[in-house]
Design a protein around this ligand. Structure first.
Ligand SMILES: Cc1cc2nc3c(=O)[nH]c(=O)nc-3n(C[C@H](O)[C@H](O)[C@H](O)COP(=O)(O)OP(=O)(O)OC[C@H]3O[C@@H](n4cnc5c(N)ncnc54)[C@H](O)[C@@H]3O)c2cc1C
Length: 316
């Protein structure tokens, strides 16, 4: 049996968790989901589409506390559990690190492939922010794996399984609450950058905070989200939550429209999951062009308003 941590937003499984369930299903064996907080049972039920056949919904009134959440996962491990798999998100990796300390099981982070044979586990994982792949081997009756975000396409499992769900309210020790989130500030309602099907990107070429108004308009017109380069967050033009890249969010939209972004490797690892790139840049030799499917060589301050106007014309 494989345990899968199912992160969710109000009962809707996060895309990275659905990717982790798809990854687990390909390893074979029944999948037992574990989800925390309000909406956890709904998230587990939705996991049935991806092969989750049973689940534990954990209610911990203290909210996110990595030690306590890891203990709940440890309690769900049985002699039949061969692996605990989590999405390779900040929380997923943090919880598995605590679980590794509690169980002494090996933890391999940011995997893109895994296979189990009589010699143990053979794993391929991302290193250096996804700029290289490393083969690794691990052994032991229990292994902990996180799945690199957007390295696996989420695939429904064919037959939708009805999930058997237990809800538990564990007793949490004070030691497991030494680190816990005490305040969570929700970002503005809108399309989440990590899950957006279309992302409009803005880099240093936008020229300043005010220049993003046109990019916001284009993203809203297309039902997408705005993402930015680190040059933009470092300048304080936009918040870090919008940064794409090695030290930001990994995106996997159908279409990414980077405007005024040169294509540094640390940015490109964050958008390698995008299916198509339509680049807007004044420099025909910008490195990002070699990774683009389509490009407009021009000033984004003219090109983006022109796209918005054309969209409005066609919709009228
Ligand atoms: C450890 C480390 C981690 C990092 N992590 C990240 C990360 O997570 N994400 C990230 O993005 N970066 C990251 N960086 C920074 C990265 O190396 C680059 O410095 C950064 O991505 C550059 O941002 P940019 O493309 O917006 O700016 P620039 O490289 O300055 O490019 C600006 C581009 O805009 C074009 N341009 C200028 N004016 C216009 C215009 N009017 N119209 C159209 N195009 C125009 C230019 O031709 C140019 O191509 C990291 C760096 C380090 C060392």
């Amino acid at each position: 049996m494989i345990l899968v941590l199912v992160e969710h937003e109000g009962g809707v499984p996060a895309r990275t968790s659905v990717e982790a369930a798809t990854f687990a299903r390909e390893l074979g064996g029944p999948i037992h989901g574990v989800a925390f907080g309000d909406g956890g049972a709904e998230a587990l039920a939705a996991g049935g589409e991806y092969g989750v056949s049973a689940g534990t919904h954990v209610r911990i009134s203290e909210g996110f506390a990595p030690g306590a959440w890891a203990q709940a996962l440890a309690d769900a491990v049985t002699n039949e559990t061969s692996a605990v798999i989590a999405p390779g998100t900040d929380r997923g990796n943090e919880i598995l690190a605590h679980l590794g300390a509690k169980t002494q099981a090996p933890f391999v982070a940011n995997c893109v492939a895994a296979a189990l044979s009589s010699d143990g586990w053979t794993l391929t994982r991302q290193r250096w922010g996804g700029s290289l792949l490393e083969d690794a081997r691990a052994q032991g009756p229990l292994i902990l794996l996180s799945v690199a975000p957007h390295a696996v396409a989420p695939e429904p499992g064919g037959e939708v399984v009805s999930v058997t769900i237990d809800t538990i309210e564990p007793t949490v020790s004070s030691e497991d609450l030494r680190v816990r989130a005490t305040w969570v500030e929700a970002t503005e309602a809108g399309v989440s950058l990590a899950d957006a099907r279309l992302v409009v990107g803005g880099g240093r070429g936008v020229g300043g905070a005010a220049g993003f108004a046109a990019l916001d308009t284009l993203a809203a017109a297309l039902g997408g989200a705005v993402g930015v380069s680190r040059a933009v967050t470092s300048a304080g033009w936009r918040p870090h939550a919008e940064q794409i890249g090695q030290t930001g969010t990994r995106i996997a939209p159908e279409l990414y429209i980077p405007c005024g972004i040169s294509g540094a490797s640390q940015h490109m690892v964050g958008c390698r999951g995008a299916k198509k790139l339509l680049t807007v840049n004044t420099d025909p030799d910008a490195p990002i062009l070699s990774k683009s499917d389509y490009a407009v060589i021009g000033d984004l301050h003219q090109v983006v308003p022109a796209i918005i106007a054309e969209l409005a014309n066609r919709r009228a």
